[in-house]
Design a binder for this molecule. Structure first.
Ligand code: GLN
Length: 187
């Protein structure tokens, strides 16, 4: 199994290392010619406005969007979740718009307000796993068909719709592999 990680900026290496530790191949994705080679794609954390601009500049936005709508499994962590969302609070624009959620950027405050919490997410693991939030968004609206996977401090921070997984937090920054295992299992 070959997993692509969108590699413009952000937490690319950490995702690649987790995927490789689980015995799958990981490749850096920088242009749309590579999209046919992969079985799933991870959109990492970083800065969503920068990654959104780079998706436009490299002309990847539309081909990637079509691939995901046609069933390519996709997982967005943090900024990656913002790129996948249908709507971004307070903004007139969205990016890939492939999952019916609204998100609030920087919803917990600034970098200094970053935190770690633990939660039991039955869909993903039988025991509590660490969740790392770094200038994280949360989900303010979930479409009817979108499954809520985790709520922290009364806000939805993980969800799934068919082939699309979104998390506000960063499993790749922990030593826990459950979310990466879950994504491979989805594929
Ligand atoms: N605050 C960033 C954004 O809005 C996301 C931060 C992250 O990915 N850790 O794009």
């Amino acid at each position: 199994m070959k997993i692509g990680v969108l590699s413009f900026q952000g937490g690319v290496k950490e995702h690649m290392d987790h995927i490789k530790s689980l015995g799958a191949d990981a490749v850096e994705i920088k242009d749309c010619g590579q999209l046919d080679e992969i079985d799933g794609i991870i959109l990492p954390g970083g800065e969503s406005t920068t990654m959104g601009k780079l998706l436009e500049i490299t002309k990847m936005m539309q081909p990637l969007r079509e691939k995901i709508l046609n069933g390519l499994p996709a997982w967005g962590t943090c900024a990656g979740m913002i790129l996948l969302a249908n709507s971004i609070e307070g903004s007139r624009r969205s990016y890939l718009s492939v999952i019916d959620i609204s998100v609030r950027r920087n919803a917990y405050g600034r970098q200094i307000d970053s935190f770690c919490d633990y939660a039991l997410i039955p869909e993903v693991s039988d025991f509590k796993i660490p969740l790392v939030f770094v200038r994280a968004p949360f989900i303010t609206h979930l479409g009817d068909d979108v499954k809520r996977l985790c709520t922290i401090r009364e806000n939805v921070v993980a969800a799934r719709h068919n082939n699309i997984l979104v998390t506000s937090f960063h499993p790749e920054l922990t030593e826990d592999f459950k979310f990466h295992e879950y994504f491979l299992y989805m594929i």
